[in-house]
Design a protein around this ligand. Structure first.
Ligand code: ADP
Length: 497
């Protein structure tokens, strides 16, 4: 190559002699490295380009330009006695893309392996064929077709091939060895979870980028577990049918939640039962009254019947009284049983006035015994909730109010129910001692100023009210005494009756 030809080539051309002194430096070399031809000629090659491997004919090497930039050069050397010629091509940009790719691949594969989630790489392309057939058959609403043809969904699962999984998958799904992994995803989906799989496919067809939900999946041994299921549909991958699925085992979290719920129910149950002990006397009285009436009426009936001429019409009257009294007693028992039984909360529409009245009926003797007077002013409102639980809240607040009476003075308890914004507000106010501590602290467990008190009443009230989506707080009444305020949320169901 003559020097003028060097000037035309795009690659850098550099030549040096046996002493390493640069003899040729074309314009492309000047552009690449930054030194002009004049500056380079006569300079030692290793000063400008760094060490040159003498035993190689070509190599990809890192160099630095005049202004300190790092570049990657693919170099080829031709040698003859007294002279070396180097042709170089700048591959920096290409290399950095390759590096990035390699790095992201590495990151991906270490994520794939190391995460606590199970990852599945799936090949979805055979399902694509199935879906195409469906369309050719004229099925337009494909998600609907999934709903009406569960066997089609199972077939899609059978055709979804497992390409790769990480080690977490093997552990989570109880697969002893990679070779034992099924070739399709079908065995890992319980029948009941089919709609979730169908919804994921529908999301992919609908061009969403991902789909996430909670579902149940099946381990290799047939047992099931609760899982958070995520499917990603990368647009580039989808064309080739690639699908990435992540699974997190959430069974422990769900178990913990269930335990917590059970604990709360047990707690509320224990409190209800202990309160029943306190109220046993008034319950006995409630039941005793109708029983006494039944005994009297039955004795009278017998007398009328044992006359020479039995008075049937009187006996009919007495018998219907007996029936009414027996019903009253049965109602009381049923109410008590509902309070003691560990039913979880039922939600029905309840007239707030009725809740208050029933509670007061329940407490009648207790309140009389304490010389407590109750005034009720309730707007005709209804709330949604559990009758027994809401009554339990009121029982607690009313007994507390009565117990707070100042010595030697009967208490006056005022109960009001009114609409406040779109919430239903129930207030239980008394003229007693008032609150001597920060009101909020009363709602923390085991705070009590009573010799026999457990300090559980108010915390339970709060958990019941909150379970109903409401709030409860206490404050001192400006007229003396304490007031407890319950607010239940104003949904459309909380309407006036
Ligand atoms: P306990 O039944 O053990 O008293 P509670 O949770 O029902 O438990 O109440 C906790 C404490 O809150 C009571 O011991 C009392 O000091 C205070 N308290 C509750 N209601 C009133 C009230 N109406 N007036 C004054 N203090 C009250």
């Amino acid at each position: 190559m003559t020097p003028d030809l060097f000037e035309l080539v795009r690659d850098s051309v550099v030549a040096w002699d046996d002493q390493g002194v640069i003899r040729a430096w074309n314009p492309a070399a000047a552009i690449l490295y930054g030194w002009t031809t004049e500056q380079a000629i006569g300079a030692p090659v290793e000063t400008l380009l760094g060490p040159i491997p003498s035993d190689r004919a070509e190599a990809v090497i890192e160099r630095h330009t005049l202004d300190g930039r790092r570049i990657v050069v693919e170099a080829t050397w031709a040698r003859r006695p007294g002279e070396t010629l180097e042709i170089g091509r700048d591959v920096t940009a290409q290399r950095s893309v390759e590096d990035q790719l390699k790095r992201s691949e590495l990151r991906y594969s270490s994520l794939f392996q190391a995460m606590a989630a199970a990852f599945w790489e799936l090949d979805f392309s055979p399902v694509g064929g199935l879906l195409r057939e469906l369309r050719e058959q004229g099925v337009i609403d494909i998600p609907r077709h999934f709903k009406t043809h569960p066997e089609f969904v199972r077939e899609m699962m059978r055709r979804t091939r497992v390409v790769d999984v990480n080690d977490t998958t093997l552990a989570m799904f109880g697969v002893g060895h990679r070779d034992h992994l099924a070739s399709s995803v079908e065995p890992y989906w319980p029948e009941a979870s089919s709609p979730v799989y169908a919804a994921a496919v529908a999301a992919a067809i609908g061009r969403q980028t991902h789909y996430m939900t909670e579902t149940r999946l099946r381990r290799q041994d047939g047992t099931e577990f609760d899982a958070l299921f995520t499917a990603a549909f990368p647009h580039e991958g989808l064309a080739q049918g690639a699908l990435l699925v992540g699974v997190i085992d959430i069974s422990e979290r769900l178990t913990a939640q269930a335990d917590l719920r059970r604990l709360r129910d047990d707690f509320a149950h224990a409190a209800r039962v202990s309160m029943l002990g306190e109220l046993a006397a008034s319950i006995a009285h409630e039941v005793n009254q109708p029983l006494a009436a039944i005994t009297t009426n039955a004795a009278a009936s017998l007398r009328w019947l044992s006359r020479d001429e039995p008075d049937v019409s009187r006996v009919i009257d007495l018998t219907s009284n007996i029936r009414a009294d027996a019903q009253r007693a049965a109602d009381v028992i049923a109410r008590v049983r509902a309070m003691a039984s560990k039913q979880s909360a039922a939600h029905e529409t309840l007239a707030i006035r009725q809740i208050i009245d029933e509670t007061l009926l329940f407490l009648r003797d207790e309140l009389q015994g304490r010389d407590a007077r109750v005034e009720v002013s309730a707007e005709p409102l209804s709330v949604r909730g559990d009758r027994t639980q809401l009554q339990q809240v009121l029982v607690n607040l009313i007994i507390n109010a009565a117990q707070a009476a100042l010595p030697g003075r009967g208490s006056l308890i005022r109960i009001t129910a009114a609409l406040c914004g779109d919430e239903v507000e129930v207030r239980v106010a008394d003229n007693g001692l008032g609150l001597s501590v920060e009101p909020d602290s009363l709602f923390t467990s085991f705070y009590s100023t009573k010799p026999e008190g457990m300090g559980l009443g108010l915390p339970i009230c709060r958990s019941i009210v909150e379970a109903h989506g409401g709030r409860i707080h206490a404050e001192n009444d400006s007229a003396g005494g304490a007031v407890f305020v319950i607010r239940l949320p104003g949904e459309p169901a909380y309407t006036k009756v």
